[in-house]
Design a protein around this ligand. Structure first.
Ligand code: ITT
Length: 191
Protein backbone atom coordinates (compact mmCIF):
# COMPACT_ATOMS: atom_id res chain seq x y z
CA UNK A 1 0.00 0.00 0.00
CA UNK A 2 1.28 3.48 -0.90
CA UNK A 3 0.62 6.22 1.61
CA UNK A 4 1.53 9.89 1.39
CA UNK A 5 3.43 11.25 4.35
CA UNK A 6 2.85 15.01 4.37
CA UNK A 7 6.46 16.01 4.86
CA UNK A 8 9.50 16.95 2.83
CA UNK A 9 11.78 16.23 5.76
CA UNK A 10 14.18 13.58 4.43
CA UNK A 11 15.27 12.50 7.92
CA UNK A 12 11.70 11.68 8.84
CA UNK A 13 10.99 9.86 5.58
CA UNK A 14 14.13 7.78 6.02
CA UNK A 15 13.30 6.93 9.65
CA UNK A 16 9.73 5.99 8.88
CA UNK A 17 10.68 3.73 6.00
CA UNK A 18 13.23 2.08 8.33
CA UNK A 19 10.53 1.58 10.97
CA UNK A 20 8.09 0.14 8.43
CA UNK A 21 10.79 -2.00 6.78
CA UNK A 22 8.90 -2.39 3.53
CA UNK A 23 5.43 -3.16 4.93
CA UNK A 24 4.01 -0.05 3.30
CA UNK A 25 5.55 2.30 0.80
CA UNK A 26 5.68 5.77 2.21
CA UNK A 27 6.07 8.58 -0.27
CA UNK A 28 6.73 12.23 0.48
CA UNK A 29 5.18 15.45 -0.76
CA UNK A 30 7.72 15.89 -3.55
CA UNK A 31 6.57 12.55 -4.96
CA UNK A 32 3.05 13.95 -5.51
CA UNK A 33 4.35 17.24 -6.88
CA UNK A 34 3.81 19.28 -3.73
CA UNK A 35 6.69 21.63 -3.02
CA UNK A 36 4.86 24.15 -0.87
CA UNK A 37 5.81 24.87 2.69
CA UNK A 38 2.67 23.79 4.55
CA UNK A 39 1.73 26.32 7.23
CA UNK A 40 2.22 25.13 10.82
CA UNK A 41 0.53 27.87 12.76
CA UNK A 42 -1.64 26.01 15.25
CA UNK A 43 -1.00 26.42 18.98
CA UNK A 44 -0.75 22.67 19.66
CA UNK A 45 1.15 19.67 18.28
CA UNK A 46 -2.20 17.91 17.65
CA UNK A 47 -3.57 20.93 15.77
CA UNK A 48 -0.48 21.26 13.59
CA UNK A 49 -0.49 17.58 12.65
CA UNK A 50 -4.15 17.85 11.64
CA UNK A 51 -3.61 21.11 9.73
CA UNK A 52 -0.87 19.46 7.68
CA UNK A 53 -2.80 16.29 6.81
CA UNK A 54 -5.93 18.33 6.00
CA UNK A 55 -3.94 20.66 3.73
CA UNK A 56 -2.73 17.75 1.62
CA UNK A 57 -6.04 15.90 1.68
CA UNK A 58 -7.99 18.97 0.51
CA UNK A 59 -5.59 19.83 -2.30
CA UNK A 60 -4.51 16.42 -3.55
CA UNK A 61 -7.42 14.17 -2.50
CA UNK A 62 -5.15 11.36 -1.30
CA UNK A 63 -5.15 9.33 1.88
CA UNK A 64 -2.31 10.82 3.84
CA UNK A 65 -0.82 11.37 7.24
CA UNK A 66 1.25 14.10 8.81
CA UNK A 67 3.15 14.21 12.03
CA UNK A 68 4.18 16.93 14.34
CA UNK A 69 6.76 16.47 17.04
CA UNK A 70 7.90 18.56 19.93
CA UNK A 71 10.38 18.37 22.75
CA UNK A 72 8.55 19.19 25.99
CA UNK A 73 10.72 20.21 28.93
CA UNK A 74 9.05 20.03 32.34
CA UNK A 75 11.02 22.88 33.94
CA UNK A 76 10.20 25.09 30.93
CA UNK A 77 6.45 24.49 31.25
CA UNK A 78 6.48 22.23 28.20
CA UNK A 79 8.55 24.49 25.94
CA UNK A 80 9.83 24.38 23.23
CA UNK A 81 6.85 22.08 22.47
CA UNK A 82 4.91 23.10 19.40
CA UNK A 83 7.58 25.64 18.39
CA UNK A 84 10.49 23.15 18.63
CA UNK A 85 11.62 23.70 15.03
CA UNK A 86 11.85 27.47 15.34
CA UNK A 87 12.51 27.98 19.05
CA UNK A 88 15.46 30.29 18.42
CA UNK A 89 13.91 31.98 15.37
CA UNK A 90 12.36 31.35 11.98
CA UNK A 91 15.56 29.92 10.48
CA UNK A 92 14.91 26.40 11.91
CA UNK A 93 18.54 26.44 13.03
CA UNK A 94 18.98 23.35 15.24
CA UNK A 95 22.33 24.47 16.69
CA UNK A 96 20.68 27.70 17.82
CA UNK A 97 17.59 25.87 19.12
CA UNK A 98 19.71 23.51 21.21
CA UNK A 99 21.80 26.40 22.49
CA UNK A 100 18.68 28.26 23.60
CA UNK A 101 17.25 25.25 25.46
CA UNK A 102 20.59 24.56 27.15
CA UNK A 103 21.01 28.15 28.24
CA UNK A 104 17.47 28.28 29.67
CA UNK A 105 18.22 25.04 31.52
CA UNK A 106 21.56 26.18 32.93
CA UNK A 107 21.66 25.37 36.64
CA UNK A 108 18.16 23.83 36.58
CA UNK A 109 18.00 20.59 38.58
CA UNK A 110 14.79 19.16 37.12
CA UNK A 111 15.97 17.72 33.78
CA UNK A 112 12.75 15.84 32.93
CA UNK A 113 11.75 16.10 29.29
CA UNK A 114 9.80 14.14 26.72
CA UNK A 115 9.42 13.91 23.00
CA UNK A 116 5.84 13.81 21.78
CA UNK A 117 4.76 12.88 18.27
CA UNK A 118 1.21 13.13 17.07
CA UNK A 119 0.29 11.58 13.74
CA UNK A 120 -2.88 12.76 12.03
CA UNK A 121 -4.15 10.33 9.43
CA UNK A 122 -6.91 11.19 7.01
CA UNK A 123 -8.17 7.93 5.65
CA UNK A 124 -11.24 7.77 3.44
CA UNK A 125 -12.25 11.22 4.59
CA UNK A 126 -12.06 10.59 8.35
CA UNK A 127 -9.34 11.79 10.72
CA UNK A 128 -7.58 9.52 13.22
CA UNK A 129 -4.81 10.54 15.64
CA UNK A 130 -2.00 8.43 17.09
CA UNK A 131 0.33 9.64 19.84
CA UNK A 132 3.79 8.50 20.89
CA UNK A 133 5.63 9.80 23.95
CA UNK A 134 9.08 8.94 25.24
CA UNK A 135 10.26 10.29 28.57
CA UNK A 136 13.85 11.11 29.37
CA UNK A 137 16.35 13.64 30.62
CA UNK A 138 18.03 16.67 29.13
CA UNK A 139 21.81 16.70 29.35
CA UNK A 140 23.71 19.93 29.93
CA UNK A 141 25.80 19.49 26.79
CA UNK A 142 25.54 17.74 23.42
CA UNK A 143 26.61 14.12 23.21
CA UNK A 144 26.72 12.11 19.99
CA UNK A 145 26.41 12.96 16.34
CA UNK A 146 23.71 10.59 15.03
CA UNK A 147 20.00 11.23 14.67
CA UNK A 148 18.81 14.80 14.14
CA UNK A 149 17.15 17.73 15.85
CA UNK A 150 17.41 17.69 19.65
CA UNK A 151 18.78 14.13 19.74
CA UNK A 152 22.27 15.07 21.11
CA UNK A 153 20.82 16.51 24.34
CA UNK A 154 18.08 13.93 25.04
CA UNK A 155 18.69 10.69 26.91
CA UNK A 156 15.66 8.39 27.15
CA UNK A 157 14.89 6.91 30.58
CA UNK A 158 16.57 3.56 31.16
CA UNK A 159 19.38 4.19 28.67
CA UNK A 160 22.96 5.41 29.08
CA UNK A 161 23.12 7.02 25.64
CA UNK A 162 21.48 10.01 24.04
CA UNK A 163 19.38 9.44 20.92
CA UNK A 164 22.35 10.84 18.97
CA UNK A 165 24.70 8.18 20.43
CA UNK A 166 22.39 5.25 19.71
CA UNK A 167 22.28 3.25 16.53
CA UNK A 168 19.47 4.29 14.21
CA UNK A 169 17.98 0.81 14.74
CA UNK A 170 17.70 1.30 18.50
CA UNK A 171 16.30 4.83 18.27
CA UNK A 172 13.75 3.63 15.75
CA UNK A 173 12.62 0.83 18.05
CA UNK A 174 11.94 3.03 21.05
CA UNK A 175 11.32 6.56 19.79
CA UNK A 176 8.22 8.74 20.11
CA UNK A 177 7.79 8.51 16.31
CA UNK A 178 8.11 4.72 16.36
CA UNK A 179 5.49 4.49 19.12
CA UNK A 180 3.05 6.65 17.17
CA UNK A 181 3.89 4.86 13.91
CA UNK A 182 3.25 1.47 15.48
CA UNK A 183 -0.25 2.64 16.40
CA UNK A 184 -0.74 3.80 12.80
CA UNK A 185 0.45 0.43 11.49
CA UNK A 186 -1.88 -1.38 13.89
CA UNK A 187 -4.73 0.73 12.51
CA UNK A 188 -3.92 -0.33 8.96
CA UNK A 189 -3.43 -3.95 9.86
CA UNK A 190 -6.76 -4.15 11.66
CA UNK A 191 -8.68 -1.84 9.26
P1 ITT B 1 7.90 18.79 8.68
O1 ITT B 1 8.33 19.17 7.31
O2 ITT B 1 7.41 17.37 8.72
O3 ITT B 1 6.93 19.74 9.32
P2 ITT B 1 9.78 19.66 10.75
O4 ITT B 1 11.25 19.76 10.60
O5 ITT B 1 8.98 20.90 10.95
O6 ITT B 1 9.27 18.78 9.53
P3 ITT B 1 8.59 18.65 13.26
O7 ITT B 1 7.70 19.83 13.26
O8 ITT B 1 7.97 17.33 13.41
O9 ITT B 1 9.55 18.65 11.96
O10 ITT B 1 9.68 18.74 14.38
C1 ITT B 1 9.79 19.84 15.21
C2 ITT B 1 11.18 19.97 15.74
O11 ITT B 1 11.48 18.86 16.57
C3 ITT B 1 12.29 20.03 14.69
O12 ITT B 1 13.18 21.03 15.11
C4 ITT B 1 12.96 18.70 14.73
O13 ITT B 1 14.35 18.85 14.51
C5 ITT B 1 12.67 18.24 16.15
N1 ITT B 1 12.49 16.79 16.14
C6 ITT B 1 11.49 16.10 15.51
N2 ITT B 1 11.69 14.77 15.65
C7 ITT B 1 12.83 14.63 16.36
C8 ITT B 1 13.58 13.51 16.80
O14 ITT B 1 13.20 12.27 16.53
N3 ITT B 1 14.69 13.72 17.50
C9 ITT B 1 15.10 14.97 17.77
N4 ITT B 1 14.48 16.07 17.38
C10 ITT B 1 13.34 15.91 16.68
Amino acid sequence: MKIVFATNNKDKLREINQILSGKFEIIGLNDIGCYEDIPEEEPTIEGNAYAKSLYVYERYGVNCFADDTGLEVEALDGRPGVVSARYAGEGKDMKANIKKVLSEMEGVKNRNAQFKTVISLIFNGKEHQFEGIIKGELLDEEQGSGGFGYDPIFRPLGYQQTFAQMSAELKNQISHRALAMNKLIHFFVSA
